[in-house]
Design a protein around this ligand. Structure first.
Ligand code: ZN
Length: 256
């Protein structure tokens, strides 16, 4: 999970053959009509379904550098179209159903990310606010990885308790005494942990190859940092880019 910039809502969200309509105009019309509807969730679903998802996906894929907003798998990995995901679910927060910063692409898997989340909200307690949108919070500052590929919330960052607990529950199951709750996004699913380890192996192999014929056989701190910046600057980032960057910057492990 990383912070994102979403400055350009699509200039046309109408299906082909219909009069073009900008996303911001669709959102404005929706917001005007919503207070007058008795079944707000149904209205939200109907209006959202009218948007051309292919046109949404095209813009969002660019914003997200072709990675799932939650797990950072490549969106095209399993051949199925990415799911257009409401960060705050359409059923629980219809006021955000057509809000551009509430919409993201999630990988189309059943047991992690949007598939695991369903209509749950990204929060610990019903009285808490939802986790902030990635446009509002740099999640890469909050999450860390160990060398086995597991993800966690860093102990050494200063965040409020509601955000910390919600993010911990988003990532992993919670077990404390008799209190057991299933992870909302399930980001330490064995497939994801194995994928992160493979990403680390591929970075190590590439680094060894790059330096095998040089006089200095290992990369300097500056060279590793430059490689991390290059990964982040790519239009299509490699899967699990955050653990790759953490390894390159020598920040793997608890408390780093
Ligand atoms: Zn995912």
């Amino acid at each position: 999970m990383r912070g994102l910039s979403k400055p350009w809502p699509p200039s046309n969200v109408s299906p082909d053959g219909q009069a073009p309509r900008r996303f911001v105009d669709a959102e404005r019309a929706y917001r005007t009509a919503l207070p007058h509807r008795s079944d707000k969730t149904r209205f939200a679903r109907t209006e959202f379904d009218q948007l051309d998802k292919g046109k949404l996906r095209k813009v969002m894929s660019g914003e997200q550098s072709s990675l799932c907003v939650y797990c950072e798998r490549r969106l095209s990995e399993n051949g199925r179209p990415a799911h257009v995901e409401h960060w705050r679910p359409l059923s629980g927060a219809p006021e955000h159903a057509l809000c551009w910063r509430n919409l993201y692409l999630s990988c189309a898997t059943i047991d992690t990310c949007d598939g695991a989340k369903g209509n749950r909200r990204l929060r610990w307690d019903d009285a808490d606010p939802d986790l902030p949108w990635p446009t509002e919070l740099e999640y890469e500052r909050l999450v860390g990885f160990d060398s086995d590929g597991r993800m966690y919330v860093r102990d050494d960052v200063n965040i409020d308790e509601a955000t910390r607990k919600a993010l911990e529950l988003a990532i992993d199951d919670h077990r404390h005494g008799g209190d057991r709750r299933c992870a909302i996004l399930n980001l330490n699913h064995p497939t994801l942990v194995a994928g992160r380890r493979a990403a680390l192996d591929s970075e190590r192999t590439r680094m060894e190859k790059d330096f095998e014929n040089r006089t200095n056989r290992t990369a300097t701190r500056e060279q590793r940092d430059e490689q991390a910046t290059q990964l982040l600057d790519q239009e299509q980032r490699p899967a699990f880019v955050s653990i790759r960057v953490a390894w390159l910057r020598k920040r793997l492990g608890r408390g780093r």
